[in-house]
Every structure is written in C-alpha cells, then in structure tokens.
Design a binder for this molecule. Structure first.
Ligand code: ZN
Length: 111
C-alpha cells in the first residue's frame, strides 16, 4: 500500500479502502490484525472518530475512552488465554507516525 499522508486511519483504514482482517467492530471502535505486522500477533485498536492521541482521548465527553478500554480488555483476555499474555502500547507526539490514536497489541513481553 502506497500511502504517504499523515492519518491512514481516517483516510484508509476506517473507510476500509484496504481489506482488513477485523477482530471486533462497534459503532465507535475498530480492532483488526495489522496489515503489515511487526510481531507474530499484531493487532491495532482505533477509535472510528478522529482523536489525535491518548492525551486527547481523555477529554472526549462521550465515554470513548471506556469503550476503547473495553475492546482492549476483551482482546487482551483472548490473547492471554491463547498465548499466555500480550503487550499493549500507544505513541504520542514525535513518536507517533500516524496522527490518529491507535493502540498496538502484540505478543511477547514488554522488552
Ligand atoms: Zn483521524
């Protein structure tokens, strides 16, 4: 995929301009297997409305943080049952390539 913009989530992923292996989708949250995984298990969880990052998420008035957390916990539980555990992380500021909140869930320990 040749995408060079700054928000692949609003531009490509959420409108499903590419084929996604979706794990869970609600009115507000999309979770799918990363299209170019860096780990054997590599899942992305993202809000379907535009939110820049974790810092901006906490100021959302609509309970979106809780909705995201619920999907994160459900997926973490499933991976834990299957693989023993997982690592969950997100990025902000200069460390964030795609300027739309997205949470990585991957196999393996934190380091
Ligand atoms: Zn966005």
């Amino acid at each position: 995929m040749d995408y060079t913009g700054s928000d692949i989530y609003c531009d490509v992923i959420i409108p499903k301009k590419v084929t996604l292996n979706v794990i869970k989708e609600t009115d507000d949250v999309l979770a799918y297997y990363h299209t170019q995984p860096h780990w054997e298990t590599h899942i992305i969880i993202t809000p379907k409305k535009h939110v820049l990052d974790l810092v901006e998420l906490v100021s959302q008035p609509d309970g979106l943080a809780r909705k995201l957390l619920d999907v994160m916990a459900e997926i973490a539980k499933a991976i834990e049952e299957r693989e023993g555990g997982c690592t969950i992380f997100t990025t902000t500021g200069n460390n964030q390539n795609a300027k739309h909140l997205h949470i990585h869930v991957r196999n393996g320990a934190e380091l």
